[in-house]
Design a protein around this ligand. Structure first.
Ligand code: SF4
Length: 329
């Protein structure tokens, strides 16, 4: 199991991590420039596109920041069928996007659907299959891997066990155990944190970085907290875009081979936020393919979310002076 306490000895540009997490102005630009240098040195300069389908907004958990929480009665719930998902997967393939990203709340009813979708999407379209479906037992992860799934995202959200329990009502150790099982099953694993959770300090964020380093994920992600309607956290302030970008740059520098996404929540909080993510060292953009009538019901960070289109992705990739990674045939 991962150690939750480690000593923050890491320095970048000769500066301690807390100073870099909070960097602004010239220091922040130096940090971003270093992240871009590292990205280039490790041939990670082409942007990977993922096509996400949010297949169900049912969820058994009750995270305080998320309106898909089980006790939210004000949400119209949906679950897509295997046929609906495969029809969209065909479109993702036709557009030359190599990764099918299937995301849902903690919804075990999806399991039967996945028995069809994972092998069919693999067989017919040769897509990489990325899952983000929550916490399951070891056997379930092995089953999805055997069906052909390649990678899995399970963010730890915060490295502080008490804070995690207060926010998600389940133990952080369980989540970390799941990450370990995913790695054992042979998945490429993504993890990361949320910036701006209540009570979070610079020290918390340093420990988030240390935990991420210890996990050694294939993808490392940082997202800003956004207050979400119909949740206990609806009245809180948003997380800092500046600190989120700094966390992404630090992930890029400390985990040079990792994929680092620039998430839609950055664009929701600040126009140009996702482009800033590319300039801070990111190299992944997720395009949304959830059916339009369902998108507004997948309220993972807020209503009125920013929905990333292929045109938007292409525009900011050009603006960042980057290119799209061609899909391997
Ligand atoms: S964050 Fe995920 S697990 Fe938590 S309530 Fe929302 S959908 Fe469910």
């Amino acid at each position: 199991m991962y150690a939750l306490v480690a000593e923050p000895t890491e320095r970048i540009l000769g500066r301690p991590l807390p100073e870099l997490i909070d960097a602004a102005g010239e220091l922040q630009q130096e940090l971003f420039a270093q992240a871009r240098r590292i990205r280039q040195q490790h041939q990670m300069d082409q942007v990977r596109l993922r096509g996400v389908i949010e297949i169900s907004n049912y969820c058994q958990k009750n995270c305080n920041y998320c309106a898909m929480r089980a006790t939210n009665q004000n949400l119209d719930r949906y679950r897509l069928s295997a046929a609906e998902i495969l029809e969209i997967a065909a479109e993702i393939h036709r557009l030359g996007i190599g990764t099918l990203f299937l995301q849902a709340g903690q919804d075990p009813e999806c399991n039967a659907i996945l028995e069809t979708v994972i092998p069919e999407a693999k067989r017919h379209f040769g897509l990489q299959i990325l899952l983000c479906l929550g916490e399951y037992d070891r056997a379930t992860y092995h089953r999805w891997r055997a069906l052909g799934a390649d990678s899995y995202i399970l963010k730890f959200e915060t490295s502080e066990p008490e804070r995690y329990r207060q926010i998600a009502y389940t133990p952080l150790t369980r989540r970390l155990q799941c990450i370990r099982w995913l790695q054992e099953a042979g998945f490429q694993v993504g993890t990361g944190n949320i910036v701006g959770l209540p009570g979070q300090t610079l020290d918390t964020l340093v420990r988030d970085i240390l935990l991420t380093q210890e996990i050694q994920p294939n993808f490392a992600s940082s997202s800003p907290f956004i207050p979400n309607e119909n949740t206990p956290f609806s009245q809180l302030e948003s997380g800092s875009v500046r600190r989120t970008l700094n966390m992404m740059a630090i992930f890029r520098i400390l985990l040079p081979q990792a994929l680092v996404p620039t998430v839609s929540a950055l664009e929701k909080l600040e126009t140009g936020g996702q482009l800033a993510g590319l300039n801070a060292g990111a190299n992944v953009i997720t395009i949304n393919f959830t059916p339009p009538q369902c998108r507004s019901k997948y309220v993972i960070y807020s209503e009125g979310r920013f929905v990333v289109s292929l045109d938007h992705a292409r525009t900011i990739i050009n603006q960042a002076g980057m290119t799209v990674q061609p899909v391997a045939i």
